[in-house]
Every structure is written in structure tokens, then in C-alpha cells.
Ligand binder design. Structure first.
Ligand SMILES: NC(=O)CC[C@H](N)C(=O)O
Length: 323
């Protein structure tokens, strides 16, 4: 047939969940092949093959699965028969996997992450439609060269900005700073702008360096930072209040960590807007990096990849984070 070949790499999540919301629900119980079989006429859109990479809720996603995905994508890039790749994934950490794959793979082929908010057995389950639309995007030449994309609820998001914003709604994913990159329905795919320039970092070959996230709040003391350093963190991301700030005790502990060679990146718990250098805090003096538009978990992914590649100087780390 003349249909494009799309490979589905299945990892689990609610899209592969069984049971109903509210009880007896197991995420990742259904295989990639079963998922494909649940979507009427999906075989008219693309030739599909499925590979089971993992069967986990994405709260258990880890760098071992990330490396497996990156390796498979590198191999599929070389396979001239493959037009695009769809990854089925839980929604909880989908934004982290998307950014990891965006940074650590080099293919021009579309990499499309899809998931669902409702289990397959729920009334108006959203998984089958999201999978169909993910396959439609992954087989569309317009999606090439855009790195990793997230497709849910008729919306196409870029890996850099996309984030889960709601615990239950099917419209949970937003791109809060720059907006979605496109729209999809069973009848069309539209992108709103040309592909953004991509940064590709070397794909890591082993476990990623330990990077902790410290969450700031009113009254936080130095202990969480000290515990992270004592546990051997090579990097710390501050999920700071406001403009990436924290109590005097926390900032002093972070300054001591940075002096000791731990790379400290300031992000924000607010969810929107950039954290920029030298505004409320003097990053030059403190030896810190400002995360720009990276939310705390995404700042952690980027920092892990930089550290894995031997980039540790705050100036060089800052260059990779710059908006
Ligand atoms: N809606 C979901 O996908 C969340 C289910 C599960 N916690 C996961 O992320 O895999």
C-alpha cells in the first residue's frame, strides 16, 4: 500500500489503562497492539507496527526507559521505510520525556507523544482519538523537523513549552508561554509557525547524573538543600517562589552548594513566565543559572543532559538555558 509507516512505541499510562476512574484502575495494562486495535479505521491512515518499550504509569518513568526510547528512535531514523514515531505515555511526566527526546535525538522524523486522561473503559474515553490524531500528525510531512511533539485533545504542543495543568480535564496540556504549535482533527493538520531551531545534545549512554528539585515555600529552611547535597546531587533546580527566589536560608545553602561545584539552576513554581538573570538575586555573585522558560522538571532534564555531556561551568549551562 502507499500508506506511510508509523511505529508506535508503547510505554503505558492511562491510555493503556483498564478499569474505571474511581476504583480498580491499573495504568499500562493494555498493550500497544490492543490500543491500535481499539481505534476504528486507524489502519486507513498509516501502516502501523507496535513495540512495547515499557508498561508503567508515567510517575515511574525513569532514565532507563528514556535511553531505550532514544536508542529505538535512532535506529528508526535510519529505517527509510519509517515515516514517523508515536509514543504512548502517561500524562503525568509526558512533558519531561518529550523534552528529553527533543534534546537527545536528532531525527527529522516526527516524534509524537500521546496519552489520555480517561481510561479506555470510561464514557467518552479520549485515548482512541488522541492515538488517531497522533498517528495523523506523525505521518504528516509538515510535522518533520519539529523535534518531539505532544498531541492531546486536538492540539499539537512543542516539547519546550508543553505542561500538564489540570489533574482531571482532557484539556490538561497547555503551552503557557508561547502557545500550542498546531492543531489536528481527523480531517486536517495545521501548524501555526515554521519549525523553531533545535538544540540537540549528545545522547547519554548511561544513567543520568543526579539532579534534585528543591521546592520553595514560606518558611522553608536550609535543610532540603543540605539533604540534596549530602545525597550526592551534582545539580539542584530551585522551584522557587515568584522570580525563582527562596528564603535567605535556602539561598545561602544554594550559594554554598554552588561554591562546592553543584550546578544550581533557578526556576519558578509559578508555572508561567521566564526566570531571568540578576533581577531579584545577583546570579553573577551567587554563581547561579537562571532557567528562563524551563519549568522545574524540564530544567532538571536539560541540566541532567548538560552534566552528562560534561557541561558544568555556570556560563555554559546558562547559554543552554537562555531563552
Ligand atoms: N492520565 C494519565 O495518564 C495519568 C496516569 C498515570 N499516573 C500516568 O501518568 O501514567
Amino acid at each position: 500500500q502507499g500508506l506511510p509507516h508509523v511505529v508506535v512505541l508503547a510505554t503505558g499510562g492511562t491510555i493503556a489503562g483498564s478499569g474505571t476512574t474511581g476504583g480498580g484502575y491499573v495504568s499500562g495494562a493494555i498493550s500497544g497492539d490492543q490500543l491500535i486495535a481499539s481505534v476504528p479505521d486507524i489502519g486507513k491512515r498509516a501502516r502501523l507496527s507496535a513495540e512495547q518499550i515499557a508498561s508503567i504509569g508515567s510517575q515511574d518513568m525513569n532514565d532507563g526507559v528514556w535511553l531505550k526510547l532514544a536508542e529505538r528512535i535512532a535506529a528508526l531514523d535510519k529505517d527509510a521505510d519509517v515515516a514517523g514515531i508515536v509514543i504512548t505515555h502517561g500524562t503525568d511526566t509526558m512533558e519531561e520525556t518529550a523534552l528529553f527526546l527533543d534534546l537527545a535525538t536528532r531525527t527529522e522524523k516526527p516524534i509524537v507523544l500521546v496519552g489520555s486522561m480517561r481510561p479506555s473503559t470510561a464514557v467518552s474515553a479520549d485515548g482512541p482519538r488522541n492515538l488517531l490524531e497522533g498517528v495523523i500528525v506523525a505521518s504528516d510531512p509538515k510535522a518533520r523537523g519539529r523535534g518531539a511533539l505532544v498531541v492531546l485533545n486536538d492540539t499539537i504542543h512543542g516539547a519546550r513549552d508543553v505542561t500538564k495543568t489540570n489533574t482531571v480535564s482532557v484539556q490538561t496540556f497547555l503551552s503557557p508561554n508561547f502557545g500550542p504549535v498546531g492543531a489536528v482533527s481527523p480531517d486536517h493538520v495545521a501548524f501555526f509557525a515554521a519549525p523553531a531551531p533545535r538544540t540537540s545534545l549528545a545522547a547519554p549512554t548511561g544513567p543520568l547524573p543526579k539532579v534534585e528539585i528543591i521546592y520553595a515555600y514560606a518558611g522553608v529552611d536550609a535543610k532540603p538543600v543540605e539533604a540534596a547535597v549530602a545525597a550526592g546531587a551534582k545539580g539542584i533546580v530551585l522551584a522557587g517562589v515568584g522570580d525563582g527566589n527562596a528564603s535567605k536560608a535556602t539561598i545561602a545553602a544554594l550559594q554554598a552548594a554552588a561554591k562546592g561545584g553543584v550546578v544550581v539552576v533557578r526556576s519558578s513554581r509559578t508555572g508561567t513566565g521566564p526566570v531571568l538573570r540578576n533581577i531579584e538575586l545577583n546570579d553573577d555573585e551567587l554563581g547561579f543559572v537562571a532557567a528562563a522558560y524551563h519549568n522545574p522538571p524540564k530544567a532538571r532534564v536539560l541540566l541532567q543532559l548538560l552534566l552528562a555531556g560534561g557541561v558544568t561551568q555556570p556560563e555554559k549551562v546558562q547559554a543552554a538555558f537562555a531563552p
